[in-house]
Design a protein around this ligand. Structure first.
Ligand code: SF4
Length: 283
């Protein structure tokens, strides 16, 4: 799944919002606010198959046709509930009663929706109409479809609206990417996509690290990964969100994965820091 692991989804309140098709609330004390999630993959379909993916029943595929009117209705009503209803009071701790972001982050790859550019435009309009111009819109993506013209159109619109991208990059060799992300891709190709993405919209890299069958990420794995970020161009990146596997994977590969300690993750973060990258670390 594309969300970061520290998020605590509201699961036992307010069925009306939980039962929406595309929009879901995520309340995070740690991140200090409410994230308005937009899931364009209610069919649990992704073109990747990451070993750590938290989507139950994940299948290969693309987003289904999106009911744009329903998406608009859900987003408008949820923003209204946050701003003018009792949602915050009833479900959000006092210290987290702010809208942190609107995030395209769901049960698959959001940019696989052919309507993605139109959806981004509509979400920007609705955000602004709700008086939330300063709330950032984030795209959490595996970055595999950046070459598609409609995705580039959406990225430019996101950038103009103050948004940003979190772009998945976990390893720097084809073999490691195949093992971790379940996809056959040349790492140089993915680095070029990252560079293209960063040229169109402010971009963070999101990277998940863990033990595999008890083994730490090797020095070689980390240095190959850093080499790919260098190939993309470190100066163009906002930084790296480095995180571990705090929540269980729902994939068969889960049995290979073990969480790194905070100390182990920080050791990897130091190597990235030495390259001058800004880091956030979430074990
Ligand atoms: S990119 Fe990976 S983690 Fe994200 S939804 Fe697809 S398979 Fe899951």
């Amino acid at each position: 799944m594309n969300t970061l692991p520290q998020m605590l989804t509201v699961t036992d309140h307010n069925r009306g919002f939980i039962d929406m098709t595309y929009v879901y609330p995520v309340v995070s004390r740690r991140a200090g606010g409410v994230s308005v999630g937009i899931n364009l993959n209610p069919n649990n379909a992704c073109n990747w198959h990451c070993a750590y993916c938290q989507v139950p029943g994940l299948v290969r595929g693309a987003a289904p046709e999106i009911d744009l009117e329903l998406l608009e209705t859900e987003l408008r009503s949820f923003l209204h509930a946050l701003l003018h209803g009792s949602f915050m009071e009833e479900h959000v701790p006092v210290e987290a009663r702010v809208i942190r972001d609107i995030a395209f982050s769901g049960n698959g790859e959001p940019t696989s929706s052919k309507a993605f550019a139109e959806i981004v435009e509509r979400v920007i309009v609705m955000r602004d109409a709700a008086g939330l111009v300063d709330v950032p819109i984030r795209l959490i993506t595996n970055g595999s479809l950046i070459d598609r013209p409609y995705v580039q159109t959406a990225l430019k619109a996101l950038a103009a609206a103050g948004g940003e991208v979190w772009f998945k990059f976990d390893a720097g060799t084809a073999a490691d990417i195949q093992r971790i992300n379940g996809i056959d891709v040349n790492p140089e190709t993915h680095a070029r996509r990252l560079a293209l993405c960063a040229s169109l919209c402010p971009t963070w890299v999101q990277t998940c690290m863990f033990r595999w069958d008890g083994e730490l990420p090797s020095r070689e794995l980390v240095s190959n990964y850093i080499a790919m970020l260098e190939l993309a161009g470190l100066a163009a990146l906002k930084g790296v969100h480095l995180y571990g596997v705090a929540r269980p994977s729902f994939q068969p590969e889960a049995l290979h994965l073990q969480q790194l300690s905070a100390h182990e993750l920080k050791a990897i973060a130091r190597q990235l820091n030495e390259k001058g990258l800004t880091l956030t670390v979430s074990p």
